[in-house]
Ligand binder design. Structure first.
Ligand code: AMP
Ligand code: MG
Length: 403
């Protein structure tokens, strides 16, 4: 594929091509304590019913429903049943058992009267129920899920709620995919680390920090390399090292048409390129392929472009390796509050702010929309997903990706 190739491919085609280049992701068994943001490599079924037994949803009195008709009714308090009670409790006619939330329902009872509807006389150990009970406030065995129900499938991304569900199902360990080690390499003579003093012509290197965050967000392990100067030998050395130590390589910069776009150049001459350039703006120049059998994404150097391309191209590829849909990108329908510049045939991702006017969510581009302006994506609230046919005219509706 020559550097003069004018061909840009649609995003979905690029995702399809990239997903053909698969790598195996190893698995491991870990404690649920360490499972936050990991992805299940094996589905999980419940080891118990939930709840495991009928229990009270309220603090109150366990009674026989039939005896509560025509209130008020007086009962003798037979016992107190607390959560964790291990005895076989029963109630007889004329009895009410004081019961706490989560405590097992005694045999013979089929109803709970909340404490608020009772007058307790502790001197003679009786209670007057002022209300007819309903078959309410009993949490039935297995009403949430049943033993052997498969509740979490392979590919599930473990959020805090899902980790609690694993525990509720009785699992203290889960089988998950091992995080991939992903090299993050920036390129450019002009790049200086934040914290250092900028000399003439230099800028702060920002891409690798954000890309590392995006990699962690997907549950993988970023390995941030020192920036590489625009020099083929240095670049080759770093790519060799990265392909030896890491499972995937992500570079930023040097993939456009310029004479000093060395990532593109070295990939053309010495690597394998599956595609170069996609129909999205910003972020049209990425390439994908392999360096010595290690999959490599060459992202554009412009800060907004590198972020956007990671989210729309690298993230779907990484998710596909673990059959995961997660973490999900949330989309909403927005109405453009102003004209937005589109490129015919391309997906346009402008950084917008959102405002609910009561009828629609309105999208406005507040910040300067240059692809070099990291503030536009950092401070923006969403990315428009204007399609190839959309005009971008004020009043048009489109989907937007929540940032
Ligand atoms: P390039 O793709 O190498 O032509 O870079 C495009 C623009 O992005 C240039 O203005 C670079 O200075 C800038 N740039 C490249 N890499 C980075 C980076 N890691 N952090 C911030 N800006 C960058
Ligand atoms: Mg450059």
């Amino acid at each position: 594929m020559g550097s003069g190739t004018p061909y840009f491919i649609p995003l979905n085609e690029a995702i399809e091509i990239s997903c053909k280049r698969k790598i195996k992701v190893e698995t491991e068994i870990i404690s649920i304590d360490n499972s936050f943001q990991r992805t299940l490599s094996k589905s999980i079924s419940a080891l118990t019913n939930d709840p495991p037994f009928d229990n009270s949803a309220m603090d109150g009195f366990a009674v026989k429903y039939q005896e509560t008709i025509d209130p008020p009714n007086k009962f003798s308090i037979s016992k107190t049943i607390e959560a964790g009670n291990k005895f076989d409790n029963t109630i007889k006619t004329g009895e009410a058992a004081r019961i706490m939330t989560g405590a097992p329902i005694p045999e013979g009872a089929d109803s709970i009267i909340p404490i608020e509807s009772c007058d307790v006389n502790s001197e003679n150990n009786t209670v007057i129920l002022n209300q007819e009970s309903k078959p309410h406030f009993i949490r039935k065995k297995g009403e949430n899920f049943l033993e052997n129900d498969v509740l979490l499938e392979t590919g599930t991304f473990l959020t805090p709620e899902k980790i609690s569900l694993c525990a509720a199902m009785g699992h203290n360990k889960v089988e998950v995919f091992r995080p991939l080690k992903i090299a993050v390499i920036s390129t450019g003579d002009e790049l200086k680390l934040p914290g250092e003093t900028l000399e003439k012509g230099e800028i702060y290197e920002s891409n690798t920090f954000g890309l590392s965050g995006l990699i962690s967000w997907l549950g993988h392990e970023p390995v941030r390399f020192s920036s590489v100067v625009d020099n083929l030998d240095e670049l080759r050395k770093t790519l060799d090292l990265a392909s030896k130590d890491c499972d995937v390589i992500i570079t930023s910069g040097g993939v456009s048409m310029g004479d000093r776009d060395f990532v593109r150049k070295i990939m053309e001459d010495e690597g394998e390129i599956d595609f170069w350039r996609i129909k999205v703006r910003p972020g049209s120049p990425p390439l994908f392929g392999a360096w010595k059998n290690t999959p490599i994404f060459g992202l554009p150097g412009n800060p907004v472009s590198s972020h956007v391309v990671f989210r729309i191209l690298c993230a779907p590829w990484l998710r596909s390796l673990t059959s995961s849909q997660h973490p999900k990108e949330s989309q909403i329908r927005v109405k453009l509050e102003q004209d937005i510049k589109t490129v015919p045939g391309f997906i346009t991702l402008r950084r917008v702010h959102l405002f609910d006017d009561g009828n629609d969510i309105l999208a406005t581009a507040k910040h300067h929309q240059g692809s070099g302006n990291i503030a536009s994506i950092a401070l923006g609230e969403a990315l428009t997903l204007l399609g190839p046919e959309d005009s971008g005219k004020k009043g048009e509706y489109c989907n937007a990706l929540i940032l």
